[in-house]
Design a protein around this ligand. Structure first.
Ligand code: BGC
Length: 509
C-alpha cells in the first residue's frame, strides 16, 4: 500500500469512527430524551393518581361541604341552591309539552307527548350548535336566537300546527348554569361557566328574558318550569323509577342534584313543602378540597381560563377541559424532547384538542393505533409519530379520563353519604359519623351528559370506582342509570307537573 493508499485508509477509518460516534451520541441523546419523557409521564401519573383512600377523603369532604353549603349562604364553595322542585314527576303526567335546553355546546329543542301511566307516547329532539359568537354577545341576541329556533321547531314538528294553536302551551326551560331561583319558574343568573360570558345577563331573570324574546317572535307560550339540567335528569329518572334520589350530569360541564329533607336546609328556615323535601342543585362543579389530586397542568389550565379559581372540580372532570389537559401534557413533552418532532404551533392553541378527539384516541383499538396517528396529524399537525409514542399518548388520555371518572364517582358517593345511603353512619352536624348504618335501601342515581353516556371507558371507570368505594356489600344497592336527554325531557315533565298544579306547593315562611 502506497503512502496515498495508507492515508486514504486512515482517513476513512477516522471518518467512520466519527460517524459512529455521532450516531451513538444521537442514540444516547434520543434515549435520554425518551427516558426524560417517561419521567414527565410518571410524575404526571403519580400527581393525578386516585387510590381508593384518597377517593374516600374526597367523599367525606363532599359530604361536609354539602352540609356547610346548606347551613349558610356562602358557607361553602358548593352553592347548594334551592330549586323549588319538591314534587318529582310520577308518571301520571299527560299532554304535549315543549322544552328548551340551553347550556352546552349544543342547544336542544324538545317536544314530548305524555300519556299518563309512565308512558312517553312521542318524543322529538333537535340539536343545534349555539353559534360561538352568541356565547359572548348580549342576552337579547342569545334569546332571540333561541326564540326563533323554537318558533321554527314548533312549526316543523307540530304537523302543520299553526303558531296560534300553541297559545298558552307550557314550556320547560333547562338552563344549565348556576341560577338563584325565586320560584320553580323564575330565577336569576349567578354566573356563567363553560366558556359562556354575556355580561349583561348576570343578575337578570332568565325566564323574563325568554318570555320577552318569545313575544317578540309572536310565540305565546309560558315557561312553567325553569330547571338546571341535573334537575331535569332527576325528574326523568324519578318518572321511570321512584327510588331515584340524585342525578349527575357529566358533559361539557358537570353538576349534581339530589332530594334533600326541607328541614336540613338550615339556611332557609321555615321552608315548607308539601312533600317535606326539596331538590337541591349542588353546583358541584365548584367543589374544592385539598384532597383533589391537582397537577401543574391543572394549575396552568385554571390560570389561563376565563374563570380562574372557579369551577375547580369541573375543570378536572368535564368534557370542556379533559382534552385540553391532555394537550398540555403533550405540549410539555414536545417542548422538552423531540419525540413529537418539531414543536407544532397548533399544540399551543387552547382547546384545540377536543374531548371527543381525546376519547377517540383513548379508545383506539387498532393494532398500530392509526386513529391516534390520524388525530395527531389532523388536529395537532404532528406527523410520523412512532408507535411507542402513540402508545404513550393513549396512556396520557387514560390517566386524565381515569382521574375524572373516579373523582366523579367519589362525588356521587359523597352525596349518598350526606343522605345516609352509603351504608356508613352518614353525617350529622357537619361531622362524618363512622360505622355501619341500618338497612340499606335500593338507591338509584340518574346520569346524563356525553362523557357518561357516550364514552365507554369513562363510564366503566366511574361505575367501577363507585363499587370500589362502597365495597361489595353496599355496591349492589346503588344503581347508576343512564338518562339520555334526561335534562331536556325532565324539564318538559316538570313543566307538565307544574302546570297541572294550580297552587304553589312551596312556601318560605
Ligand atoms: C353549570 C351547571 C350545569 C353543569 C352541567 C356547569 O358548568 O354550572 O349549572 O348543571 O355545568 O351542564
Amino acid at each position: 500500500m502506497g503512502k496515498v493508499g495508507l492515508g486514504l485508509a486512515v482517513g476513512c477509518a477516522v471518518a467512520s469512527c466519527a460517524i459512529a460516534a455521532v450516531m451513538v451520541g444521537r442514540r444516547v441523546r434520543s434515549r435520554r430524551r425518551w427516558w426524560w419523557v417517561v419521567r414527565v409521564f410518571d410524575e404526571f401519573e403519580e400527581a393525578a393518581s386516585t387510590p381508593v383512600g384518597r377517593l374516600r377523603q374526597v367523599v367525606d369532604a363532599m359530604a361536609v361541604e354539602m352540609h356547610a353549603g346548606l347551613a349558610s349562604e356562602g358557607g361553602s364553595k358548593l352553592k347548594m341552591l334551592l330549586t323549588f322542585v319538591d314534587n318529582l314527576p310520577d308518571g301520571s303526567e299527560n299532554g304535549i309539552f315543549y322544552a328548551l335546553h340551553v347550556g352546552g355546546t349544543n342547544f336542544r329543542l324538545l317536544r314530548i307527548q305524555l300519556g299518563g301511566q309512565r308512558a312517553i307516547l312521542g318524543h322529538d329532539v333537535e340539536r343545534k350548535p349555539i353559534p360561538q359568537h352568541l356565547m359572548t354577545s348580549t342576552s337579547e341576541e342569545l334569546f332571540d336566537f333561541i326564540a326563533l329556533s323554537l318558533k321554527e321547531f314548533v312549526e316543523r314538528k307540530g304537523n302543520n300546527l299553526q303558531i296560534s294553536q300553541v297559545r298558552g302551551r307550557d314550556l320547560g326551560l333547562t338552563f344549565s348554569f348556576p341560577v338563584k331561583q325565586m320560584s320553580v319558574s323564575s330565577g336569576t343568573l349567578i354566573k356563567w361557566t363553560k366558556g359562556f360570558s354575556i355580561e349583561d345577563m348576570v343578575g337578570k331573570d332568565i325566564v323574563e328574558c325568554l318570555q320577552k324574546a318569545l313575544s317578540r317572535r309572536g310565540l305565546d307560550m309560558t315557561v312553567a318550569a325553569l330547571v338546571n339540567d341535573s334537575v331535569g335528569t332527576l325528574a326523568l329518572g324519578h318518572f321511570y323509577d321512584k327510588d331515584t334520589v340524585a342525578a349527575v350530569v357529566i358533559g361539557t360541564g358537570t353538576n349534581a342534584c339530589y332530594l334533600e329533607r326541607a328541614d336540613a336546609v338550615i339556611k332557609c328556615q321555615g321552608l315548607l313543602t308539601t312533600s317535606g323535601g326539596m331538590v337541591i342543585n349542588m353546583e358541584w362543579g365548584n367543589f374544592w378540597s385539598s384532597h383533589l389530586p391537582r397537577t401543574s397542568y391543572d394549575i396552568d389550565l385554571d390560570a389561563e381560563s376565563q374563570n380562574p379559581n372557579d369551577q375547580g372540580f369541573e375543570k378536572m372532570i368535564s368534557g370542556m377541559y379533559l382534552g385540553d389537559i391532555v394537550r398540555r401534557v403533550i405540549l410539555r413533552m414536545s417542548l422538552e424532547s423531540d419525540i413529537f418532532g418539531p414543536v407544532s404551533s397548533k399544540l399551543l392553541a387552547r382547546f384545540v384538542l377536543s374531548t371527543p378527539s381525546m376519547a377517540a384516541m383513548h379508545e383506539d383499538d387498532s393494532p398500530n393505533l392509526s386513529e391516534v396517528a390520524k388525530i395527531l396529524e389532523e388536529t395537532l399537525d404532528i406527523h410520523d409519530v412512532p408507535l411507542k409514542v402513540r402508545k404513550l399518548v393513549v396512556k396520557i388520555c387514560d390517566v386524565v379520563t381515569r382521574r375524572a371518572a373516579r373523582l366523579a364517582a367519589a362525588g356521587i358517593v359523597g352525596i349518598l353519604k350526606k343522605i345516609g345511603r352509603d351504608g356508613t353512619g352518614g353525617i350529622t352536624s357537619g361531622r362524618i359519623k363512622s360505622g355501619k348504618s341500618g338497612k340499606m335501601r335500593r338507591t338509584v342515581v340518574a346520569v346524563d351528559g356525553g362523557l357518561y353516556t357516550s364514552y365507554t371507558m369513562f363510564r366503566e371507570y366511574l361505575n367501577a370506582a363507585v363499587a370500589e368505594i362502597l365495597g361489595e356489600e353496599i355496591a349492589p344497592y346503588v344503581i347508576l342509570k343512564v338518562m339520555e336527554d334526561g335534562s331536556g325531557i325532565g324539564a318538559a315533565m316538570l313543566a307538565a307537573s307544574n302546570s297541572a298544579q294550580s297552587v304553589d306547593t312551596v312556601q318560605v315562611l
